[in-house]
Write a protein of this length. Sequence first.
Length: 274
Amino acid sequence: MQSSLATTQSEQGQRLDEAKGVVKHQAFHMKRALDQNDFRAALRHASSMICELRTSLLSPKNYYELYMLVFDELRHLESFFLDEWKGGKSMASLYELVQHSGNILPRLYLLITIGSVYIRSKQAPARDILKDLVEMCRGVQHPTRGLFVRNYLSQLCKDKLPDFGSEYEGPGGTVRDSIDFVLQNFLEMNKLWVRMQHQGSVKLREKREREREQLKLLVGTNLVRLSQLEGVDLNVYKQTVLPRVLERRQVILVREHLDDDVHQILLGNHILAA
């Protein structure tokens, strides 16, 4: 795989079109295999489709476009897992099977996809699956790839977090487990986001910084999750959330990022009432 970023607009467009073509081709065969109940073939095609996200040739903006195409196609696989669960299949066995996928990046996307259904099935505590997934995401340290796989994790699990009054509370965990999950994902995404400034050549630094600013919103979605948790009241925010967020403020770029996100996303929320 080539590692240098395609620099011209035409090169970017060509690389993106090529990648999207592969995704659509593999997605077609994945869906056909699912229709034929050939699960292993479907996983192979899904893995090949996700492998296009291993590229280092695309700008963050174009990578996002490719990511969204893969995201939409993975919905079909998620629906298949839902049908398998409703048909009485063990989610644990499917979760274990997916872990045998070769490369770390497609393996994580597949695990998150089945993991979201695994949580929904309540065949295992939500807190255990969430902890497993957020820890495994450490396996991707490339800034762009790591940011997006963690965003995928946040998106698929956002409605499955243990919280006051949630169906996943109790045996599935507590709001503290959800806080731990969201904060860990948030802080790891912050580190990846900061690391993006060192990618590419020096002469493209200004352009890269503009693109990096756009991706800051991906990191901020974690703060949205926190603000939406019923169990995060003012006391919990002051005693648990804020101290852990401020632990990472030693780095100036992270501090600016955190300050912007905390004020823009949480301002007006009841947890800032004081």
